[in-house]
Design a protein around this ligand. Structure first.
Ligand code: Z5A
Length: 234
């Protein structure tokens, strides 16, 4: 797991824009079903961007700010002390995102840094929209409110069969003695809907989404991602 954002980033939240629009960093998001390798690939991409001379900020969702990390605990580890109803779940993901966008993502982009985000608004459309069955247009409206115009320049959709993803996660849980979180425990049919939902989103926004075949070894997948990201950097 990559280290979380330094809190010093928060100091940029009210700073004036340091760069003209053309000098803004690129906003790169990773999406995909469980175990598709998002965190692994986000880390490799951060390294490649840094080696290419860029300043890069890594963030993850839910989380990435103190408020967001508290929300993450509630969502994943049932720390609220009561069952979270589906409507609350949608709004908690959106609340975590609203905080991350305003305190971290937009200030970093305006300061000329690239931002690599491990999940973003498309996760809500995929999991709560396609997975839980909330109306897609309603999810998009809530996302728009949360993101305040912070649209990714490129969204890398790491696609892998649900079964393959779960085998990877199972192995990780075995090796690290970790436990399945609240959403991982959902039935496989839920995760199939999420995967298909992502593919639907990629069809809807072909200029932003790039589908990456995530079945290969991490190095091969990383090479493919880098070739797509370089197109956006140029
Ligand atoms: N969620 C939501 O419902 N709505 C929202 O709006 C948002 C999120 C933002 C966040 O979980 C949960 O919240 C998530 C969606 C939901 N639900 N679940 N469950 P998280 O942040 O804890 O985890 P995640 O985002 O779901 O990631 P992940 O599934 O744990 O894994 P990953 O990031 O895709 O993969 P990884 O950590 O890089 O790799 C997993 C394992 O596979 C690991 O042991 C690797 O070493 C291995 N791996 C990685 N790549 C490969 C390749 N290429 N081959 C073989 N093995 C590999």
């Amino acid at each position: 797991m990559l280290s979380l954002l330094p809190l010093s980033v928060l100091h940029f939240s009210n700073a004036p824009s340091l760069h003209p629009l053309s000098m803004r960093g690129k906003f790169i998001t990773f999406e995909g079903p469980e175990g598709s390798g998002k965190t692994t690939q986000a880390g490799l991409l951060v390294t490649r961007l840094q080696e290419a001379g860029g300043e890069v900020l890594y963030a993850r969702e839910p989380g990435g700010t103190p408020a967001g990390e508290a929300i993450r605990e509630m969502l994943q580890r049932d720390t609220a002390g009561e069952p979270i109803c589906p409507e609350t779940e949608v709004l908690l993901f959106a609340a975590s995102r609203a905080q991350l966008v305003r305190h971290v993502i937009l200030p970093a982009l305006e300061a000329g840094r690239h931002v690599v985000c491990d999940r973003f608004a498309d996760s809500t459309t995929a999991y709560q929209g396609y997975g839980r069955g909330f109306p897609i247009e309603q999810m998009l409206t809530i996302n728009d409110f949360a993101i305040n115009g912070a649209q990714p320049d490129i969204t890398l959709l790491l696609d892998v069969e649900v079964e393959t993803g779960f085998q990877r996660i199972e192995k990780r849980h075995r090796n690290t003695s970790s436990t399945w979180d609240r959403i991982e425990r959902e039935a496989r049919v839920f995760h199939e809907k999420v995967r298909n939902g992502y593919l639907e989103l990629a069809r809807r926004w072909p200029s932003r989404f790039v589908i990456i075949d995530a079945r290969g070894n991490p190095e091969t997948v990383s090479d493919e991602i880098w070739s797509k990201v370089r197109d956006v950097l140029d």
